[in-house]
Design a protein around this ligand. Structure first.
Ligand code: GTQ
Ligand code: FE2
Length: 330
């Protein structure tokens, strides 16, 4: 094929479709099972020493993507920090989140604020915030890392810097912004760019889900679903990534819909399956699965107890650029 004709065909796809064009993701629906992942994490901890511990992650790799990411714009990595280890302090322009999976009381230090991590907790390390991780407990600390690194790389906006010391001096005080509707009045209001609150304990999210589930049917597509918010705006926690947590009642089967954004899910509790495009993804506690953009998905709780799914998505990017759409299955 000549250069000219290949240009023509891609132009055609963009502007002259006779049958219409819709997004078709390169990524495929996929689930990664905890039962396969945990042994690999333990092996990674044996093979990779403390010196490189800040890079000891398993990258969940979408079988159809060549960028070693779970989805097109967002990575989902699993990180393990062993007892006594420190993952060195650094900062970068990709925004990151952690959803704690295993271990109790290890800490992430974000711009000098020490955050103790417990299973189900969400911890944010927004764009250019210093972070290091320390495990002074007697078991491994394992969490899911979500980052917008593929998007930032594609935009050629990636900066990275190491902190001059191994760890930052940490203040053990409770977050100044932890009281949601109350903020320190001796300082100007925080900039709204990203949430000034970096720790969202699971106990609070779980209790809120339970309270709502007792009184509200929730969304037909997602059950009782809550967005983690930036308390200064009520909007998403970071400009590139929104985080949600949802409860599916025993037997609940949601309606199918799709939207222009990619989403990675983590089952915090319970078991069930999701129909994503042509595939049925069976999930159990601690599994991770990915829903590519513009792909129909529905969720089913097959267990006898509530199922809780955490998810993170690039929807704020799509909304900021006026590219977001949503449609329900006919
Ligand atoms: O914990 O700082 O999975 O910088 C990828 C890049 C984790 C981290 C990742 C990172 C980190
Ligand atoms: Fe990092």
């Amino acid at each position: 094929m000549s250069k000219l004709s290949s240009i023509q065909s891609s132009e055609q796809e963009l502007i002259a479709p006779s049958t219409g064009v819709e997004p078709r993701s390169k990524a495929v629906p996929h689930v990664w099972h905890w039962r396969d992942l945990r042994p690999q994490l333990v092996r990674a901890a044996e093979l990779v020493g403390t010196e490189q511990a800040e890079r000891r992650v398993l990258r969940l790799t979408n079988p159809a993507l060549s960028n070693f990411s779970a989805s097109t714009t967002l990575v989902a990595n699993l990180q393990i920090v062993m007892p006594g280890e420190i993952a060195r302090a650094h900062r970068h322009s990709p925004a990151a989140l952690r959803l704690i999976i295993e271990g109790r009381g290890g800490s992430t230090i974000v711009n000098g604020e020490r955050i103790a991590m417990y299973p189900g907790d969400l911890v944010l390390t927004p764009n250019w915030t210093w972070h290091d991780h320390a495990n002074d407990t007697d078991g491994p600390m394992i969490w899911l890392d979500g980052l917008d690194a593929p998007l930032v790389r594609m935009l050629e906006a990636n900066f990275y810097e190491e902190y001059p010391e191994e760890a930052q001096p940490a203040d053990s005080s409770v977050s100044k912004y932890g009281a949601w509707s109350l903020r320190p009045a001796w300082e100007p209001p925080p900039e709204a760019r990203y949430s000034p609150l970096w720790h969202y304990p699971y106990a609070d999210a779980r209790a809120a889900l339970e309270r709502l589930a007792a009184h509200h049917p929730g969304s037909p597509f997602d059950g009782v679903i809550l967005e983690y918010t930036n308390p200064t705006t009520g909007g998403p926690v970071m400009p590139t990534i929104a985080c949600h947590i949802q409860l599916l009642r025993p037997g609940e089967h949601t309606k199918s819909h799709r939207h222009v954004c990619c989403t990675n899910y983590h089952a915090v509790e319970g078991s069930g399956y999701s129909v994503v495009g042509e595939r049925q993804l069976d999930w159990e506690e601690k599994d991770v699965f990915t829903v590519p953009t513009w792909t129909f998905h529905e969720h089913v709780n097959t267990g006898r107890v509530p199922a809780v799914l955490f998810s993170f998505t690039d929807a704020p990017v799509m909304k900021a650029l006026d590219l977001y759409r949503e449609a329900e299955k006919a």
